[in-house]
Design a protein around this ligand. Structure first.
Ligand SMILES: Nc1ncnc2c1ncn2[C@@H]1O[C@H](COP(=O)(O)OP(=O)(O)OP(=O)(O)O)[C@@H](O)[C@H]1O
Length: 362
């Protein structure tokens, strides 16, 4: 993706860290008129520039929380703050111009070109035509779509993945302080989805928006989230933690069950190979036939490399320099030793051992 960082946010606003706001949910509650309590007394803080994922079973109130932040749904009680500003009573229309919103299936206007779709909010804000044109081209570039090629097309002339990228570009158009994303990648097939997630992570590294993203997909949550909030019915916050903590130390039986049988494997995907895990290098001249793993790679990738090579040990490289040896058992034992007490009979590292040992070429 051709990414051009913007340093002067007043010239072409849009991609500066300064344009992200912290969010604080302070005891928010939503009771619908029929008596359903969708969210009960939820408090949550999201740092400026942080990507937080809300996850939980269907009907636990994820979308309600998201839509309370941009006031598409009015909280019954509680407060929502952007930085230190209480927005619970702010004008919702003006508020929504500061908050980008990306939904499943994007919701592009079918009879408008891609450029016109991306320029929707800037037009509402009364920007000049030149400024809108420049901004639209910049945003399309940023999400990996050539403005010359795609700007004049209509939504039906794009693939699902391309439309999803346009949705992200449109949400970023007026340099929102917050981006809300409700199942943004779920309408595309798994391969496109993974690619969009990777592109999105690169984009976020560039724009550093404060993002709250709702998903059903734990892998997506683990891949994208700086922190993950697990909700159970009634918008109850079960745990709010970085992915590795959530997988390694589920705080409640609900979370343990929710993160499921393969949490050991998922956890490996978010844990890097560090020097502390390494055995000393083999004696001079030996070990050159071992598979190699870069320092900092995920333990999951390291283990996959070991299994592919049918090897018990890999040489770990810092750049070109070998710095130690990672053994298969070290990876698996690490998972065992860090597993939480497991009275519910859920997964432990020993399950990992079993999966790996049974799946391994003899
Ligand atoms: N307008 C409404 N009136 C009454 N109840 C509602 C209304 N909208 C949502 N609910 C209920 O509030 C609860 C939370 O809904 P919400 O859409 O926030 O859940 P969710 O976690 O986003 O679900 P999903 O993952 O299935 O999209 C559900 O029990 C739902 O039935």
């Amino acid at each position: 993706m051709d990414v051009t960082p913007t340093t002067d946010a007043t010239a072409v606003p849009g991609t500066s860290a300064a344009s992200a706001s912290a969010i604080r949910l302070d005891g928010i509650r939503k009771q619908y008129p029929d008596g359903t309590v969708a969210v009960n007394e939820l408090s949550l803080e999201v740092g400026a520039g942080e990507l937080v994922v809300l996850i939980g079973p269907s009907g636990c109130g994820k979308s309600t929380v998201l839509r309370m932040i941009n006031r598409l749904i009015e909280p019954t009680s509680g407060r929502i703050l952007l930085d230190d500003e209480d927005i619970t009573r702010a004008d919702p229309v003006r508020l929504r111009r500061r908050i980008g919103y990306v939904i499943q299936n994007v919701g592009l206007f079918p009879h408008q070109t891609i450029s016109a779709n991306v320029g929707t909010v800037p037009r509402l804000l009364g920007w000049s035509r030149d400024r809108i044109r420049n901004r639209t081209a910049e945003l399309l570039d940023l999400v990996g779509l050539d403005p010359g090629q795609f700007g004049r097309r209509y939504p039906h002339e794009l693939s699902g993945g391309q439309r999803q990228r346009v949705g992200v570009a449109r949400a970023l158009a007026a340099d929102p302080v917050v981006l809300l994303m409700d199942e943004p990648f779920s309408a595309v097939d798994p391969i496109v989805r993974t690619r969009l997630q990777e592109e999105f992570l690169r984009l976020q590294a560039e724009v550093r928006k404060t993002i709250v993203l709702v998903t059903h997909d734990l892998d997506e949550a683990v891949r994208l989230g700086d922190r993950i909030a697990v909700l159970s019915q009634g918008g109850r916050l079960e745990q709010y933690a970085p992915p590795a903590t959530l997988l390694g130390e589920p705080a409640t039986p609900f979370v343990r069950e929710f993160v499921g049988a393969d949490r050991g494997i998922r956890r490996l995907a978010v844990t890097p190979v560090t020097r502390e895990l390494l055995a000393p290098l083999p004696a001079n001249g030996t070990g050159t036939d071992l598979p190699t793993v870069p320092l900092g790679a995920s333990l999951y990738d390291a283990l996959a490399g070991l299994l592919t090579a049918a090897a018990d040990r890999a040489l770990v490289l810092d750049g070109d320099r070998p710095v130690g040896v990672l053994t298969r058992h070290r990876v698996l034992d690490l998972d065992v030793s860090s597993a939480v007490p497991n009275p519910g009979g859920g997964p432990t590292g020993s399950v990992l051992h079993q999966i790996v040992d049974e799946g391994r070429p003899q």
